[in-house]
Each structure stands twice: as C-alpha cells, then as structure tokens.
Design a protein around this ligand. Structure first.
Ligand SMILES: *Cc1c(COP(=O)(O)O)cnc(C)c1O
Length: 505
C-alpha cells in the first residue's frame, strides 16, 4: 500500500450531517405537522372533495433543482398551501370515483413510525420482517390457505397479478424458464380471464413476455361473471390447436360493476384441467371479512394464488398490495436467486432466510406491513368487515334512490359496493360525461365513469369508511342539478356552472 493511501483524507465536521443542530426545532414543527394532518382527517368534510389545480400552482412545481438549503418551515408551508388542497380527494367521504381506500389516522401514524425506523424489508434478521410474516399468517388464516403458503407486500394488485403470472409460468415451464426464457414451449401457453377483468392482467401477460394475445378474454353473463361454458369451449379449442392452457384468472370484485366470478366452479374447472387458478381480489377479496359477503367468495380458499390490496377496502394508506401463494415453494421457485452479497447465515444479521427478496422482484422494500399490522390490530377484522358490509349497504341505498327517480336509470345490477347509473337524456353518453366532470369540479362529490356496452355510465364506488347516507344524497342531488343544466340549456351553461356558489373550504 502506498504512503499516499494511508494518509487519512480530511473529513468535514459532524455538523455537516443531515440531522438538525437543535432537535427541539424539528420537534416543534413535527408536532404541528402531526396536528395539522390529524385536523385534515377530522375536518375533511369542510373541504371540497377535489378541486382543479390552478395554473400558477402547477407552475410552482416546474422549479429549478434546489442547490441551496431552505428552511423546513417554508418547505412545509409550500406543502400546506400548494399540495394539500389539490390532492386526489380519496380521504373525503364524497370520493366515489374509481376504487380508492379512504385511509385512517391510525394508518397515517403507523406510516410515520415506519419511516422513523427506515427499515429495509428485502431481508435479514430484524423484527419488521416478523411483522410482515405475521400479516402473511393472518392473511393465510383469512382465506383458509394451508401451512406453507407464502405471501408478500407489493405496491398494488397490478404488481401482484404480474407476479402471479410469473409464478404460474415457472410452474408450467419449470425453473429452467428463468435461464432460457419462454422459448418454443412458452409460445404455446395460453391464459384465460373474463372480458370484465382488470386491464392489468392483459398488461401482466404482455410484460411477462407471453404477449397479450395469449390471454383469452372470455365473455360474461349479465352480472359480468365469466361464462364458464364459453371458458370450457375455449380451453378445449386451444388444446385441440396444440396450445397449452396454463392459467385462469378469476375476479373477486370487477372494477366496473363489482362482479364476483363463480370461484368455486372456476377452481373445480382448474383442478380438472390442471391449470393454475389465480384470483384477482384487488378490492373484493377482503369481503371475506364481512360475514354477509364471505359466502359469495366461496372457492377462493382453493385458489393457487390471490392478489389483493389492503389499501382499498382494508383502508390502509397507500400503498399496500399483497400476493398470497398457496404453495410457498412454487412462489420461491419463481423469484429466489443467489447472490454473493445476499449470502444467508444461521446467525447474525444475515440469518432468517428465506427473505422477502426471494418472493418477488424487489430487493429494497419499505415497511408496508406496519401500517397494515396497526390497522388490523387496532380495529380488528370484525370492525373492518363491518365497514365493508356498510359500503355495500350504502350502494344498495344509492341503487334504491336511482330506481325511485324517473330522471335516472340504473345501468348494471348492484352486486357489491359499486353503482353504475346515468341521467336520462338525448345524447346520454356526452351529457353524463359532462355531469361527472361538473360534479368533480364542483367539489361536492367525485364519481367516475365507465363504459357498459358502449354506453357511458356514472360510476360510484363506495369504498371509503367515512361515506354516509348524506354523501349519497348529495351525489344524487348534484347529478339531478347538473343533469338538468346540461340537458336543457346549451351555451350559457359553462357560465352557470362557474357561477355556482363556492363550496366551504
Ligand atoms: C384496483 C384494482 C386492480 C389494480 O390494483 P392496484 O393496487 O391499483 O395496482 C386490479 N384489479 C382490480 C379488480 C382492481 O380493483
């Protein structure tokens, strides 16, 4: 070693760390942030559900890279003034657009605690991994999966569905597929789901190298459940053409109208045909916690894998997606990979194998399990199940109000927590699209739209635990009011909408 290298380089003083010089400064501001965010949840009804972002606010976020330090208090002010007022709105009970969870103050606090620990859940021997394993065990119990099942937190069900496709692929082609790629055998594999399934399943087939053409989207009945007879016919057709069916994805709660496939029949068919049975239970799977809904999920206990989101009906703050695989060995076959720097030991910090990095593509991972653990423990599954039951009862109430109102039309049977309806009008798709945007911009509520048989429907998905009868009434009133404006007057309309009284902030 040269003399040069042995000379210690100069090190700047310890005041150069990122920690505050005086911890009490950050403590005071931290307490204020906490109070503000608790108030945000407590007083959420005083705000509009959503409001458009003014151009000058958006422009502030096209600033140059900050090379110099700023005062934390000032940065926080920018957050309160320019970010908080223009959030998606899913914390608000009037948010019914898409399927978004409402979050809880408990989950928020847990997220802060997790950030404080700054744990990396890729692996190693530390208690946060045991917390994640506890959730795996609880989820296993929820769905009646056997010992030896494995599970992992991921961003969301889009990722969990993709991973399920990869597990099923490795099962079908053997572990060698991970070295050789799909090859000629892989090109013959075909998967099946329904036309009502979520688009991320098509995307999963695309990303995993099969191509979306290898996914057969089977027709549905009038309740949007997969047509089992058509599925059988397609599988037989594909087999006789020399193809190799390997995977069926059932839906437990479709995103447009909340349909649940006949999971018992699907699981029986998959067993008969030797196919991997995956359930996309993004929001619906947690219906298992509701004694009223659980019977409708019968058959899910036979799935080979289930994807679900604790961040939807489970009310855990984003993100908290989850994949559960019946046979943990199959799960590890798809993802475990040796690496010198990830060597496992029987003691010390590198013990406690297998690690979550053996169960998915991520190495570094956050502590999503903690907010889920706090949520499940603090509320208990009975109460969480009660919230799920109640959102369905509210959807039933909205359905009844739609049916009782001659100016409105129900567009799909209400099966769960999602109601699709529209305002009756000539050029109904255009008018209803405008009504939805008007309501969103009014701040009164936030429904979304979907297309049913080519017709645009107003879609209200009741997911938020805060949503109440009054919020449903407000939505109905808003649809009738904006509907009347949109369908009778023509040009003066935009003015009228802009002049409607501002909502309480
Ligand atoms: C939300 C949803 C998804 C996608 O889940 P993300 O958590 O948004 O990735 C997939 N399928 C269904 C049925 C969904 O409701």
């Amino acid at each position: 070693m040269t003399k040069l290298l042995r000379e210690a380089p100069p090190v700047s003083a310890s005041s150069e760390t990122l920690d505050p010089k005086n911890w009490d400064d950050i403590r005071a501001l931290g307490h204020r942030m906490l109070d503000d965010m608790i108030d945000y949840a407590a007083d959420i009804r005083d705000r509009p559900v959503w409001q458009p972002i003014p151009d000058q606010v958006r422009a502030r976020f096209h600033a140059a890279l900050p090379r110099q330090a700023s005062d934390l208090g000032e940065v926080y002010r920018e957050f309160t003034d320019f970010i908080v007022p223009y959030a998606t709105g899913n914390v608000h009970p009037g948010f019914m657009g898409w399927v978004h969870g409402g979050g809880t103050a408990v989950g928020m606090l847990a997220e802060m605690l997790a950030a404080g620990l700054n744990a990396n859940l890729g692996g190693r021997d530390h208690m946060p991994i045991e917390v994640e394993r506890q959730i795996v065990e609880w989820t296993r119990q929820m769905f009646g999966f056997p010992d030896g099942a494995s599970g992992i937190f991921v961003t969301g069900t889009s990722m969990a569905n993709l991973m399920a496709v990869l597990v099923a692929r490795t099962m079908a082609l053997g572990r060698s597929v991970r070295r050789h790629g799909l090859g000629d055998d892989g090109a013959l594999l075909t998967a099946y789901t329904s036309k009502a399934a979520h688009g991320c399943i098509t995307k999963a087939m695309d990303i995993s190298g099969f191509g979306s053409d290898a996914l057969r989207c089977i027709g549905v009945d009038r309740f949007h459940r997969i047509d089992l007879q058509a599925l059988r016919v397609q599988i037989a057709l594909d087999r006789s053409a020399g193809l190799k069916p390997f995977l069926v994805v059932g839906s437990a709660g479709t995103v447009d109208i909340g349909a649940i496939d006949d999971l018992a029949a699907l699981s029986a068919l998959c067993r008969e045909e030797g196919l991997w049975f995956h359930v996309d239970g993004a929001f619906g799977a947690l219906g298992i916690l509701s004694p009223e809904l659980a019977p409708r999920l019968a058959g899910i206990e036979n799935a080979d894998s289930i994807a679900l989101d604790f961040h939807k009906w489970g009310q855990v703050p984003y993100d908290a997606g989850f994949l559960m695989v019946r046979d943990g060995d199959r799960h590890r076959d798809a993802f475990a990979a040796p690496a010198a720097y990830l060597r496992r030991e029987t003691r010390g910090l590198a013990a406690n194998s297998p690690w979550p990095c053996d169960l998915g593509p991520d190495l570094s991972r956050g502590f999503r399990a903690l907010k889920t653990w706090f949520t499940l423990k603090t509320y208990g599954t009975e109460k969480l199940g009660g919230v799920i039951t109640r959102t369905c009862a509210l959807a039933g109430y909205l359905e009844a109000r739609v049916l009782a109102e001659p100016r409105l039309e129900l567009m799909a049977p209400v099966q769960l927590n999602i109601v699709c309806f529209r305002y009756r009008a000539a050029d109904a798709s255009k008018v209803n699209g405008d009504i939805v945007m008007d309501i969103q911009e009014s701040g009164i509520a936030a429904p979304s739209t979907t297309l049913l048989d080519g017709e645009l429907a107003i879609r209200a998905a009741i997911v938020n635990h805060r949503t109440d009868v009054g919020d449903i009434d407000a939505l109905i009133s808003a649809v009738l009011e904006f509907g009347a404006q949109r369908s009778c007057s023509g040009d003066g309309l935009m003015l009228q909408v802009e002049q409607s009284p501002p909502l309480a902030m």
